[in-house]
Design a protein around this ligand. Structure first.
Ligand code: GLA
Length: 360
């Protein structure tokens, strides 16, 4: 083993509130998870080629120095995308061997791809002085322009700026990240309920929502929905774009209100805002499914402060904020209620805000 070996870690994320607000330059309140991805990079100055393998994947991926979008698909695309983003931004990256291990479940809407990108970028740029914001932008470029997913910066900023027992209020216009203490205790526990629903059509629907928001902003004569006043959606004609804009504008207000409520340990108010966020994603943004609605409704009925779908939509996970007894009930009773309704058994995980990406 050479001593130039570099190990890094980057977590997945779960968003407490503020969905699809990132590319609208609004607000979100995510946490980094205590689940993450490690990258073990052994640079080889003799080659420009990266040979990558992952504990969770059968195939070894070879990425040439001139890799370009379209060359590599599947999980390797996120790594190739990082190498491509670094090189096209003018950074020198050596080849070598890369080994990936992860505890972030794939397909659960917990940003396993951002965790992979951030771990790889951190390990490969240990010799460069790049800021966390630069790393986030490079990861986003890998995701948007190499892997082909038109996502915002929520996942990467959460992974890179995470702090233990702390939520992150992100302003996507200034890219400021403000820590909001969130100790997990008897009165407030966090559960992530993975539906195991396949994200069918999710990519096309995500792009369609983004296009609707851009169209709504253009109709209102503003550069982004962040520049519109809270009631601006009322000036749009009835239809999809108006409903999409109403979700974004009301969601930004809910993020700020939930941040204040959490900071005051007012979990009842924070929970009500989470429930309202779910309703807005269901009725105005139309990104939930009956299966996900049922999981959120049952988590709410079992006594959580609040529960909502988290992430891009059309599957993935529900996040619940619950006092300890309700958290117990959700773990014990929710899976059966969901299988009784004919859906696959969900996985319920207790999580807490974890540390952000770092070198090991
Ligand atoms: C996905 C994207 C993020 C964000 C969320 C929705 O996770 O990767 O950029 O848009 O959906 O809030």
């Amino acid at each position: 083993m050479s001593d130039s070996r570099i190990r890094s870690y980057a977590p997945g994320r779960v968003n407490l509130i503020g969905e699809h607000t990132d590319y609208n330059l609004g607000f979100a309140l995510p946490i980094a998870l205590d689940l993450g991805t490690t990258a073990d990079f052994e640079p080889d100055p003799g080659t420009g080629t990266v040979v990558a393998e992952s504990d969770g994947e059968p195939e070894v991926v070879t990425i040439g120095p001139d890799t370009a979008p379209g060359d590599v698909s599947g999980w390797g695309a996120y790594i190739a995308g990082c190498i491509w983003a670094l090189r096209t931004a003018g950074h020198e990256v050596p080849g070598g061997r890369l080994r990936i291990g992860s505890t972030v479940p794939v397909g659960a809407g917990l940003s396993s791809s951002a965790a992979l990108e951030c771990a790889v970028l951190l390990a490969m740029t240990a010799h460069l002085e790049l800021s966390r914001h630069e790393l986030a932008r490079l990861a986003q470029r890998a995701e948007n322009d190499y892997a082909g997913a038109p996502t915002g910066l929520l996942d990467q900023l959460s992974s890179l700026f995470g702090q233990q027992d702390t939520a992150l209020l992100i302003d996507f216009r200034s890219l400021e990240v403000e820590p909001v203490p969130l100790p997990v205790d008897e009165s407030a526990q966090l559960l992530v309920i993975d539906s195991h629903a396949p994200h069918r059509h999710a990519a096309g629907e995500y792009a369609a929502r983004r296009a609707s928001c851009e169209a709504a902003a253009a109709e209102l004569g503003v550069a982004s929905l962040r520049e519109a006043d809270d009631d601006a959606w009322r000036r749009l004609p009835e239809g999809h774009n108006r409903a999409r804009a109403r979700h974004i504008l009301t969601e930004n207000a809910r993020v700020l209100a939930a941040t204040e409520a959490l900071a005051a340990a007012d979990f009842a108010t924070a929970g009500e805002l989470m429930n309202a966020s779910h309703d807005s994603m269901r009725d105005d943004f139309e990104i939930t499914t009956p299966h996900i609605d049922l999981i959120a409704a049952i988590a709410q009925q079992l006594g959580s402060h609040g529960a909502r779908m988290t992430g891009g939509g059309f599957g993935g996970s529900v996040i619940a904020l619950a006092p300890a007894p309700a958290a117990e009930r959700i773990c014990a009773d929710l899976p059966k209620a969901i299988t009784d309704a004919g859906h696959p058994a969900p996985t319920v995980r207790r999580v807490r805000p974890g540390r952000g990406a770092h070198l090991l």
